[in-house]
Design a protein around this ligand. Structure first.
Ligand code: ARG
Ligand code: ZN
Length: 429
């Protein structure tokens, strides 16, 4: 009887896992290696025309990874061949790889829950939104003198967007500089939220750097796009945007790219006016509640806010303004030196199979311009040190956005080393 029950549950689980990634049936990812600027432009056109999903952007020097739907596969391959763009199949059966990785993550989640008694957040599996949300509430309850939970708004679909304010004094009337960490605006970049919750863990639950609480107040927002994040767990692993349906942004193609929705050179470059595009800028700047929440935090704590980090993946990069044209801000020297200090301290504790960090202006490092991004907006608003972190991903299999859960804790730890380095630089300024 008991055995039958177990078998039944396992079968049910297996069925659920398989049905889940059904939409990726027949999808293929390709590695593309354009060798001329012309070929690079062709790839850009294919992305627009066939709604090709970009895992990592190619440059003339660097291989890119793109995900292609079965309906357009032949047309894309034909165009690559006609333009003599060198390419190879990267993962031929996306669904199979996702099913496999899901099974691993599901097993780890069950094991982790047993160990932790459901209290602190486990770092050996990717967690769904409600688990992270419970953690924020739990921390606020357990450390009322240090932590305040704020719920400024609900997401488009009604999930709470929450952040923690951490201060050893009264947050509202100290003059301490503020550090603001934000994660999860891009739904599929699953390694982002754990780097922010780990900062909470290191400040509150396991503080080994008391100067960071003595010298700073902290704002920690681990999941700024809960709808998209949860959608990547339940429906569509590679969803990037919010889930809103407004204006011409119809139910057929919901969602806005949060990192194109800020009021900084909005919708001018590296964005799309097509609601079906993954880089859709929205109907207007700050059309999304998810970006308005971040905007309002920035303005509420200016000019005390000295450091803003928005966590993305992947690429092992620390990027700074300006992202629309590659020009440098008047604070570029400080942006670069603090960026390098953060990267060096990450690299010191990183793994040999992770790439070392690159630091620089976002356009120059990543190779494409994009307007409406968070780090540009925060800097324009007056945050002197404002960065996009592109956290590590590996090129093997789907380890880009789907970094093996064995690495979650490592990335959390090494990213914290970067944050600590940044904070200490500011303390010396
Ligand atoms: N991968 C990020 C994105 O596409 C990079 C943003 C870099 N920042 C910028 N201002 N362009 O959203
Ligand atoms: Zn991102």
């Amino acid at each position: 009887m008991f055995i039958m029950k177990i078998v039944g549950i396992v079968l049910l689980l297996a069925a659920a896992v398989c049905a889940k990634h059904e939409e990726y049936n027949g999808w293929t990812s390709y590695a593309v290696n354009p060798s001329t600027f012309e070929q690079l432009k062709v790839i850009g056109q294919l992305v627009d025309q066939y709604e090709v999903d970009v895992f990592s952007y190619p440059t003339v020097q660097r291989e890119g990874l793109v995900l292609v739907r079965p309906e357009v596969n032949d047309s894309v391959v034909k165009a690559l061949e006609e333009n003599q763009i060198s390419y190879s199949v990267h993962v031929s059966d996306i669904k199979a790889v996702l099913d496999q990785e899901d099974a691993v993550n599901a097993r780890r989640k069950v094991e982790a829950r047993g160990r932790s008694g459901g209290r602190s957040l486990p770092y050996d599996a990717y967690q769904e939104f409600p688990v992270i949300d419970d953690y924020l509430q739990d921390i606020a309850r357990r450390y009322p003198n240090l932590v305040k939970l704020v719920t400024p708004a609900n997401s488009f679909e009604g999930r709470p967007i929450r952040y923690l304010k951490i201060s050893t004094t009264n947050f509202e009337d100290t003059r301490k500089p503020v550090i603001f960490l934000e994660g999860g605006i891009h739904a599929r970049e699953w390694i982002s939220p754990p780097t922010v919750t780990w900062a909470i863990h290191k400040l509150v639950e396991n503080n080994t750097e008391p100067d960071l609480l003595r010298d700073f107040d902290w704002i920690l927002l681990p999941v700024s796009n809960p709808d998209g994040y949860q959608f990547t767990h339940t429906n569509s692993r590679f969803w990037r945007k919010t889930r809103s349906t407004v204006g011409q942004n119809t139910a057929r193609c919901p969602g806005v790219d949060g990192n194109r929705n800020y009021d900084f050179q909005w919708n001018t470059v590296g964005t799309s006016s097509n609601p079906c595009s993954d880089t859709y800028a929205g109907t207007a700047p700050f059309s999304e509640i998810e970006t308005r929440v971040v905007r309002d935090i920035i303005h509420e704590y200016l000019p005390r806010m000295k450091l803003f980090l928005t966590m993305h993946s992947y690429g092992s990069m620390i990027l700074y303004p300006w992202g629309h044209d590659g020009s440098l801000s008047s604070n570029a020297f400080a942006l670069h030196t603090v960026g390098v200090a953060m990267a060096e301290d990450i690299d010191k504790v990183s793994l040999p199979n992770f790439p070392s960090y690159t630091v620089g202006n976002s356009v120059l490092v990543i190779g494409y311009a994009a307007a409406g991004a968070a780090e540009d907006y925060a800097h324009l608003a007056g945050v002197p040190l404002s960065y996009t972190y592109e956290l590590p991903g590996l090129r093997s299999g789907l380890n880009g956005f789907n970094l093996d859960p064995i690495y979650i804790q490592q990335v959390a730890i090494e990213t914290w080393a970067g944050i600590v380095a940044g904070a200490r630089r500011i303390a010396q300024m």
